[in-house]
Design a protein around this ligand. Sequence first.
Ligand code: ADP
Ligand code: MG
Length: 451
Amino acid sequence: LWRRCLAQLEVELPEQQFNTWIRPLQAVEDGRTLRLLAPNRFVVDWVNENVAGRITELVDAVGEEPTPAVVLEVGSRPAAPAMTINTHQPVAATRAPAYIAPAPVRDIPTVLGSRLNPDFTFTNFVEGKSNQLGRAAAFQVAENPGRAYNPLFIYGGVGLGKTHLMHAVGNMIRARNEHARVAYVHSERFVGDMVKALQHNTINDFKTAYRSLDALLIDDIQFFAGKDRSQEEFFHTFNALFEGQQQIIMTCDRYPKELDGLEERLKSRFGWGLTVAIEPPELETCVAILMSKAAQTRVDLPDEVAFFIAKRIRSNVRELEGALRRVVANSQFTGRAITMEFAKESLRDLLASQDRMVTIENIQKTVAEYFKIRVADLLSKRRSRSIARPRQVAMALAKELTSHSLPEIGDAFGGRDHTTVLHACRVIKELRESNTRTSEDYSNLLRTLAG
Ligand code: ADP
Ligand code: MG
């Protein structure tokens, strides 16, 4: 019976709606009732609102005697497909999350952004002190989505592995249950899709699609800053998912409380679960990452070369990878083995331009290490002396060593005003003349950074 209705609905409904809302339904028929089991209450609500009437009509039209009653509820069929009439046990009508439920194959509708990247897994994520907490939290979430930490909020600078970790969680949830509905969406994409949905009057589809997920991974939420309509929409999505114990994972380039242009109610919600920082990797982790990437591509990378690259490319993992790729490509092209000499030669241009070009990131990292604080502290709003002073030193160094403007520097330090940077430069200039300690610190840092 259901199969016949299904065939008809497939013809009548837009493909995306059909795939999103109808395909996930499991049918249990016993002659008197057609019980439709939905993976979650959002599907139930949508079907009730939009096609329940039509389904009843179709069931009528099939003309079974007596006409079966249609029951729609949250639940899942027992795993064994053999279903004998009359011994059917009523399934628990709890809000069983879909990742436990065996269900037909469901595609993530295209409204929901891009797919998970299968290359980003826990297996190839190298653990180090800098990312240990983030990794552990992410792993627990992957083992127990919606129940371990919700939301999970990961923040840290660019190229440190936030996106990688996020996909790793998504991939693991999917590996443990291939039917779990997991969507990865970059915040920019969320904003863009929402605007399109508003224009095309499909905002309700947009809403319901998001709310039917088992896990929503939303990357780089700093893009929501200043976009009120998107924040509003995300706020409701967040609430719906949270209430349904559906997992939310977010990343951001800074601590959420310090993101300007973000509504307070969102900021406070982001802290309801667990917030973890990812720090720039220390040398050993950089080396381990290089060795791991080399092993993955079956490249023979001598330890000393790995150390050399890790030491010289200091800003982030993405650039570390870039440097390794360059050496490997060069080696494959010339057929020469990767020796120290060869690596130096391959990276000569890169290193030369890097030496000439000190980045703000690099300054932050070096200053944080020097004062034994975290980069996140430098970007934070904390004002204690032990943080504020190093922050001013870092800003002054950024002004002296890079060609960035004051507003750009302010922005790179957790979105501060250019007057704050200017003030920092003046304070440091004065202290260098009056305070030997600051003067020494500054010279040391200058030497480390500019050689
Ligand atoms: P972010 O999102 O923080 O800017 P990404 O997750 O995009 O950074 O990471 C940049 C690159 O570095 C990716 O190719 C990622 O695989 C790699 N990477 C980052 N951290 C690690 C790690 N701990 N182990 C292995 N690869 C890593
Ligand atoms: Mg990223």
